[in-house]
Design a protein around this ligand. Sequence first.
Ligand code: AMP
Ligand code: MG
Length: 333
Amino acid sequence: MRRLFFVLSVLTCLLLCGCADNNTEEYSKTIFAMDTVMDLKIYSSNGDDVLTQAENEIKRIENLLDRGNENSEIYKINQNKSDVVSEETATVITNALSVSKETGGAFDITIAPIIDLWGFYGNNFRVPSDTELQAALENVGYEKVQLDGSNISIPDNTLIDLGGIGKGYTSDMLAKLLRENDITSAIISLGGNVQTIGKKPDGSLWTVGVADPRDTSKHIGKLKISDKAVVTSGGYQRYFERDGVTYHHIINPDTGKSAESGLASVTIISESGTRADGLSTALFVMGLEKSIELWRRSNDFDAIFVDDNGKMFITEGIKDNFESANNYEIIKK
Ligand code: AMP
Ligand code: MG
């Protein structure tokens, strides 16, 4: 009997150890899509299969929402000006429009003609004249987008670009796919958009570094989180220089020019990647004071602001999860 107990114990131990090993095996993949480098890291027993599904999902969404892809629904809207779109595209546009309303138009998916004038789409950088910008601004305004169920229409010279929210939506869809595949521990980074699923295999929180806008090889702080999206927008992420002036890719829809709100970067921490993505772009345009007002009215995100002088501000919801060697101010409700 003792012997049987011993054999059973060894077998049980082997089984448990085997499971633990399988569960904590790391699978990772780097994919170039949506004009950025994407890193996926998951802990699973069938990681290769799940990573293949994730890659297919990224490609599916890119084919749906990329305005440069001739088969995408956004391309077709921009061509036809009036179209019937899938429920999914309608939902992404609805979410984008709601961030626009909430931020007084600081976030605007009709900014595309301005992005094109500056050459940020396709990296053909140039500095447009004020006359060109004023003419193009006539076609910009999120309220020009008419969405009724799946029917969408935009004026003749208006264009839609989901570049400011698409990666956040993709990270939400990847998190959903991973959870459906019983993945309880994963971290994905789509350019500046990080999404965490559960905790690390050892049960500790994920660490997400916040880049120093003045030296992106360094971190200005670290966040300890789980099951959250962390999305950063910053002028340093895409820019060009002409005659000693730096022009970056986040546009103030009021002026048609690179937003100069006094902020160098905005990081949003939220359960929703879509929302974090839309808000990070918008708050970068709005500047610190208006952003704090918006945060005080909301209850579903936290933020880290770095201003042009390198000063840091964090909202109080993340104060226990943030570490930095630098000084920072905690914003209270
Ligand atoms: P993000 O990196 O998420 O802040 O998004 C920046 C990208 O969104 C840019 O490269 C543009 O394609 C687009 N964009 C720029 N300014 C705006 C804006 N004010 N509202 C919405 N999208 C914008
Ligand atoms: Mg964004």
